[in-house]
Ligand binder design. Structure first.
Ligand SMILES: NC(=O)c1ccc[n+]([C@@H]2O[C@H](COP(=O)([O-])OP(=O)(O)OC[C@H]3O[C@@H](n4cnc5c(N)ncnc54)[C@H](OP(=O)(O)O)[C@@H]3O)[C@@H](O)[C@H]2O)c1
Length: 342
């Protein structure tokens, strides 16, 4: 039986590399659905995938993970197109208006935490978040809540008797407990919404395992390592392309000391691909699976225990359910109002 795989944020970077690697390794029996916001880039990705795999089954789906109505529409469409879903890669993500703290960087450069700083971005990255038309914090909505709603909407396809399905979140080693607060799950008051959203996805993955394993649905998180993609280039937007090129040999050198410098999207997708091949029942819900690349360029996946606990993950889950019911109520009221106006 063919496997149905949906990937969010599949039109570039790690998501696209995952699609390419899946099609290369499993040339038959794969139905791939690229769920994307920017359809122009999605079309280009679709053409590129079909150029290298002409017989592949690759479909496109419009989905903006920051928009409640877009998620609900897209999920409806998925339910019409497929009767089950084997893999859901929750990969779309943003880090808007990143501010690079040059002082913290140079301080870190000459401290004992230099490798951690390079590996996780801890202490050197802050962001300016926005608010979506739904009234949610943009990073929270895009990276976490939209994906949560998507899982809830696709429950009938993901939880089927006698079958297992897998959710895989592209998290980050930038997910820090210190950036997250249960009193402010959307991170309205802080300057690290990205780290908060990624830590929340680690917690949520654990809660989803608690609530859905009995129904055959399993959830895992990965870190792709430090990968040069649109997201990382945007950290220093004014940095000219030639400077990035000049920096590359230094990055390759750093890889000798930290295997988290995976650098290419192909390498970064390693743990996603590895998880695709595992029996979900054998996975540990408390670990994050890291894509790593050795100094000599060998890719591998390694589990690392996460700094998460069941109680906090359950509390977050409750809060997300509460928010879900609020946004659904609001959406229904808006729809009723709109139908009254017609
Ligand atoms: N690069 C790294 O070093 C690194 C490290 C740790 C974790 N990650 C995570 O890896 C994931 C993929 O990022 P990347 O590095 O591959 O960067 P990327 O090339 O910028 O990919 C991000 C993807 O997310 C999509 N996206 C953004 N906002 C969206 C929305 N509202 N609705 C639907 N899709 C949306 C983008 O599509 P559009 O074309 O519409 O913008 C794009 O396809 C992210 O979750 C990121 O946080 C990356």
């Amino acid at each position: 039986m063919s496997k149905v795989v949906l990937v969010t944020g599949a039109n570039s970077g790690i998501g696209l590399a995952l699609c390419e690697r899946l099609l290369s390794q499993i040339p038959e029996g794969l139905q791939l659905c690229l769920a994307c916001r920017n359809m122009q880039r999605a079309q280009a990705a679709h053409s590129a995938l079909l150029a290298s795999h002409p017989a592949a089954q690759v479909a496109l789906l419009h989905m903006d993970t920051s928009s409640i109505s877009s998620i609900i529409r897209a999920a409806q469409e998925v339910r019409l197109r497929y009767d089950r879903l084997d893999y859901l890669f929750l990969n779309a993500g943003i880090m808007p208006n990143p501010q690079f703290d040059v002082n913290a960087f140079f301080k870190g450069l000459f401290s004992s935490s230099v490798i951690t700083m390079f590996a996780t971005g801890e202490g050197i990255l802050t962001q300016k978040d926005g608010v979506t038309p739904d009234g949610l914090q943009e990073v929270f909505a895009t990276n976490l809540f939209g994906h949560f709603l998507l899982v809830r909407e696709l429950e009938p396809l993901l939880c089927q008797a006698g079958q297992t399905s897998q959710l895989v979140w592209t998290s980050s080693s930038n997910a820090h407990r210190s950036a997250f607060s249960l009193e402010d799950i959307q991170h309205q008051r802080g300057t690290q919404p990205y780290s908060s959203s990624k830590y929340a996805s680690d917690l949520l993955s654990l809660a989803l395992n608690t609530h859905y394993n009995k129904q055959g649905l399993y959830s895992s998180v990965i870190c792709p390592g430090f990968v040069m993609t649109n997201l990382t280039y945007s950290i220093l937007p004014s940095f000219p392309a030639f400077l990035w090129t000049l920096l590359m040999p230094i990055f390759w050198l750093i890889r000798m000391f930290t295997n988290t410098f995976t650098l290419t999207a192909y390498n970064g997708a390693e743990a996603l691909l590895w998880l695709f091949k595992q029996k979900p029942e054998s996975l540990d819900p408390y670990v994050k699976y890291h894509s790593l690349t050795s100094g000599l360029g060998t890719n591998y996946t390694q589990p690392h225990k996460m700094d998460i606990d069941l109680e906090t993950s359950e509390s977050l889950y409750e809060k997300l359910l509460q928010l879900e019911s609020e946004v659904r109520k609001k959406l229904m009221e808006e729809q009723e109002e709109a139908s009254c106006r017609i």
